[in-house]
Ligand binder design. Structure first.
Ligand code: G4P
Length: 527
């Protein structure tokens, strides 16, 4: 363990923002970058997003898949800490990559629209965080608009997410009556300004309070704060790290209110990169951020946005050591060695060549398909991280090739794409169908495009009789009994793991109730 390596890792906070479309993720990202001096003015991130959407001369699919490489990770410094903000594509870009990106995050900020509370996509992303025990900070946004009652919002977090909300701040009003927040730890009032220029906090109970609040407002907010402190559990950093509790902040990303406080909470409580379980030459062990050997894993692969270049960029989450440009790294499963001469580090302004990077950082490695999602990289080539999980797809389609003579090619191509993590492939045990699954519609378009361009296969996606896929696990005899009775609905995934295909979620629930000894899983870690 090297002290300076451990120190570098300890000052890093690698996090993602999860939210439902329109809750304010882009706006918050922008204001975090502003606070970190990484951009000069609000609008930069959005403008780039729009430029992306309007540049119609890009090859269509590249544009759709693009999601701007440089915005995939944004790095900025603030008060001695380095923040790495991982972009989790939302909206129509929603895909398995969105989920996988969370595997590289040490913490997540959950943005809720104060008028809407928890929405469906927040819930989906939250479930992935829970699965990986990622601690979550809640930012209740848009307080400058009419909001739901803050107590109701806390209740919703408690009941829908089974997470203890621990407010660190408490709002005084909302919309036109939004006056600011009480810092419950400091017992001070932070006045809200529309301009975004921060005013100095005022001690509760001091005479200066009369300057910032009317007497009735003051009474109301102080009563509310007292009530919430009595009613909610006090913030416990350990419980937060274990994923049982979420600190809650209230603010307005658009008005840059509560953004510095959010950075403060991330800096104080979000964990630095952690020690990770690995196998080394087949033996179970750990990799710590301060270990000398450079190790990391690929969590995402993206095609180059420039259609003239067929290379891909593999996003590698570093887990230990000091990475230096020009370094040689080995891929564990294939034994191939890469000289990493042109790695990219993602500063918010643009991409730059990475000279050095540490645990918690993400580097982009351009390559021609040598690196795949889930690959483990290290100097010795002996370290293997647990495989990245596959998530039960939400859309299933039967795929057919237009030219029946090419059925064999189709199998090989689909295997390759599933191996790469573009989509999932299920082979029913009976019949010759190929069923492909994805969590977002866009994945099918990417797939059709790549099948056509790279394999010269024109395919048709047809509705599948199935809507749900679950990996099954249990004792051998129980599995065999279950599979024997449900053969027409059984399939295998790319690793030949058994999968039950259900016509509806209701059917999966019904079958699961009747076979309590068989587990029906929504994720599977690839070994
Ligand atoms: P997303 O990335 O989560 O989809 O949300 P985004 O930041 O794009 O925000 C969605 C809309 O909500 C935007 O308005 C944005 O300006 C607004 N918004 C975000 N944060 C706040 C906030 O704290 N207060 C208020 N009042 N509005 C907020 P839009 O009209 O869709 O876009 P635009 O015309 O402002 O660009």
């Amino acid at each position: 363990m090297t002290a300076s390596l451990a120190l570098e890792a300890a000052r890093r906070r690698t996090f993602a923002i999860i939210s439902h479309p329109d809750a304010g993720k882009t706006t918050l990202t922008e204001h975090l970058l502003l606070a970190g001096d990484a951009i000069r003015q609000a609008g930069a991130v959005r403008a780039r997003g729009e430029a992306r959407r309007t540049r119609s001369d890009w090859m269509k699919i590249e544009k759709e898949r693009g999601i701007s490489v440089s915005a995939s990770v944004m790095t900025f410094e603030h008060e001695g800490l380095q923040f790495n903000l991982l972009d989790t594509p939302g909206h129509e870009d929603f895909s398995e990559d969105t989920y996988r990106t969370l595997t590289a995050a040490d913490a997540a900020v959950m943005v809720l629209d104060a008028a809407k509370g928890i929405e469906p996509q927040t819930l989906k992303l939250f479930e992935v965080c829970r699965l990986r025990d990622i601690p979550i900070i809640t930012f209740i946004n848009k307080m400058d608009r009419e909001a739901l009652d803050p107590f109701a919002l806390l209740d919703e977090i408690g009941s829908k997410l089974a997470l203890d909300p621990a407010p660190l701040y408490w709002p005084a009003g909302s919309g036109n009556r939004f006056r600011g927040v009480i810092d419950l730890r400091e017992q001070a009032f932070q006045p809200y300004t529309r301009s975004g220029d921060a005013e100095a906090p005022v001690k509760l109970g001091s005479n200066a309070m009369a300057r910032v609040l009317q007497p009735d407002e003051q009474e109301e907010v102080e009563e509310g704060a007292e009530l919430v402190m009595g009613a909610s559990k006090p913030f416990d950093p350990q419980s937060f790290l274990e994923g049982h509790m979420t600190p809650v902040l209230f603010g307005s990303a658009l008005r840059h209110f509560g953004v510095n406080e959010l950075l403060g909470v991330l800096g104080a409580y979000a964990p630095p990169p952690k020690t990770v379980a690995v196998t080394r030459a087949g033996i179970e062990t750990h990799v710590a951020p301060g270990d000398a050997e450079v190790t990391g894993f690929v969590f995402k692969v993206q095609a180059n946005m420039d259609p003239n270049h067929r290379d891909r960029i593999a996003f590698v989450s570093l887990c230990s050591g000091k990475f230096e440009r020009g370094m040689k790294l080995k891929v564990q499963n294939t034994g191939r060695q890469l000289s990493v001469h042109n790695p990219m580090l993602f500063l918010a302004s643009d991409r730059e060549l990475a000279e050095e990077a540490f645990a918690g950082d993400v580097i982009g490695i351009p390559n021609h398909g040598v690196l795949r999602v889930g690959d483990s990289l290290s100097e010795t080539g002996a370290v293997r991280f647990a495989g990245l999980p596959n998530f039960a797809p939400e859309i299933l389609r039967r795929v057919r090739v237009k030219d029946p003579l090419k059925a064999k090619h189709l199998k090989r191509a689909l295997d390759g794409l599933a191996e790469e993590g573009v989509t999932q492939l299920f082979r029913p045990m009976i019949g010759a169908d190929f069923i492909v699954g994805a969590v977002g519609q866009l994945q099918f378009e990417v797939m059709a495009d790549r099948l056509s361009n790279e394999f010269q296969l024109e395919v048709i996606f047809e509705p599948s009789p199935y809507a749900e896929a679950r990996w099954i696990s249990g004792a051998k005899a129980d599995l065999e009994d279950f599979m024997g009775k449900h053969r027409p609905q059984m399939a295998q995934d790319i690793d030949e793991a058994p999968v039950f295909l259900g016509k509806t979620a209701w059917e999966v629930g019904y079958v699961a109730d009747r076979y309590p000894k068989v587990a029906f899983l929504k994720t599977r870690e690839r070994g």
